[in-house]
Design a binder for this molecule. Structure first.
Ligand SMILES: [Cu+2]
Length: 151
């Protein structure tokens, strides 16, 4: 029976390694295109995490300041504010979308043109407090294109 113990050990090490490697999965990222003179825009995406994680920061070489923002109605006024982190509950999909959570790109160094892409790095913390980052090439889309997608 001792043989079984030897067989099981290497497998559990492999599983632990892959769990650390993939803190979260990001799908459908996009950023809103800007016009000349516009200094800020939002980036949106869906994030899932098998074991649960927190989005604790973001950065982009295209922006002077990058923050995680929340938009919500407060006494009939739409308000936007930076949040220190965003919880990604285990097994649930969290959607960053216009009118809700978004990655705010501020102090843009150049306008974001439609059909280009912008590099964004997301910083995550897993449920054990270990930090890791995910680098994205986020497609830039204009607002016109977005309104066409409304049904
Ligand atoms: Cu914002």
């Amino acid at each position: 029976m001792k043989l079984f113990h030897f067989a099981i050990l290497p497998m559990s090490i492999l599983m632990a390694t892959s769990a650390i490697a993939q803190v979260a999965v990001v799908v459908d990222p996009w950023a809103r295109a800007t016009v000349q003179g516009q200094k800020a825009t939002g980036a949106f995406m869906k994030i899932t995490s098998k074991d649960g994680a927190k989005l604790v920061g973001a950065s982009s070489p295209a922006a002077g300041v990058t923050e995680i923002h929340e938009m919500k109605m407060e006494k009939d006024v739409m308000k936007m504010a930076a949040v220190p982190s965003l919880d990604i509950p285990a097994g649930k999909s969290v959607e960053l979308k216009p009118g809700s959570y978004h990655v705010m790109l501020m102090d843009l160094k150049a306008p974001l043109a439609d059909k280009t892409s912008v590099p964004v790095t997301l910083m995550f913390e897993n449920n054990k407090g270990v930090k890791s980052q995910i680098e994205l090439q986020v497609p830039v889309k204009s607002m016109n294109m977005q309104s066409q997608h409304k049904h």
